[in-house]
Design a binder for this molecule. Structure first.
Ligand SMILES: Cc1cc2nc3c(=O)[nH]c(=O)nc-3n(C[C@H](O)[C@H](O)[C@H](O)COP(=O)(O)O)c2cc1C
Length: 184
């Protein structure tokens, strides 16, 4: 898939087909995570891949909106150093957000759907994943081929209008690139 098509096709998929994802494709998705940029290149992350159906079922219990994890072909747990430092937390969260998006776009490129999940029960997630005490599972990204509608570019995404979110030069600047190029 073209990059632009992958960006426009990605959507959160919560119902997955009963079809495994090939190992090389999973590795490519994990490699996309590894290549993600991070603040000062600190790479304060680890990625735990879970594919065992019984383990996925248990993992879906870490958050009330993580039911889709149970039916996924695989789920990647985004793990980071446990910290109470608010600055460190903020940086880690930004970096993990970028890693999540790398995973999602690499998956979309292969026609594989993804869905985020938060983690409510950190202790349960640590136990299920066998994490050391100094690591937290911050997010889950479930993966699988969509059950039903395949990934395809979404013409009208459920998003705020372009001119509502895009500001050129200044907050109340011109709303189009053509207007902006004319100058003040
Ligand atoms: C930080 C973050 C946390 C999210 N947590 C969950 C979640 O716990 N469970 C879930 O089903 N979806 C979760 N989502 C998915 C969002 O609801 C979804 O991205 C949003 O509704 C837009 O839909 P789309 O991704 O299909 O465009 C999360 C998304 C983000 C960015």
């Amino acid at each position: 898939m073209e990059t632009w098509d992958a960006i426009r096709s990605r959507r959160n998929v919560r119902a997955f087909a009963d079809r495994p994802i090939d190992g090389p494709h999973l590795d490519r998705i994990l490699e996309a995570a590894r290549r993600t940029p991070s603040s000062m290149n600190q790479q304060a992350w680890d990625f735990v891949l879970v594919t065992d159906p019984a383990a996925l079922e248990r993992l879906s219990g870490v958050w009330r909106y993580a039911e889709h994890v149970a039916g996924s072909a695989a789920t990647i747990a985004l793990v980071a150093p446990a910290t109470r430092d608010p600055d460190e937390r903020e940086t880690i969260q930004f970096d993990l957000g970028q890693a999540a998006m790398s995973v999602m776009l690499a998956a979309a490129d292969l026609g594989i759907g993804t869905c985020h999940s938060a983690v409510g029960d950190l202790a349960l997630a640590r136990d299920l994943l066998g994490l050391p005490e100094d690591r937290d599972c911050m997010w889950l990204v479930a993966l699988g081929y969509p059950r039903g509608r395949a990934l395809a570019p979404i013409e009208r995404p459920d998003r705020r209008a372009f001119d509502d979110v895009v500001h050129r030069e200044r907050w109340a600047g011109p709303t189009s690139a053509v207007e902006a190029s004319r100058g003040p």
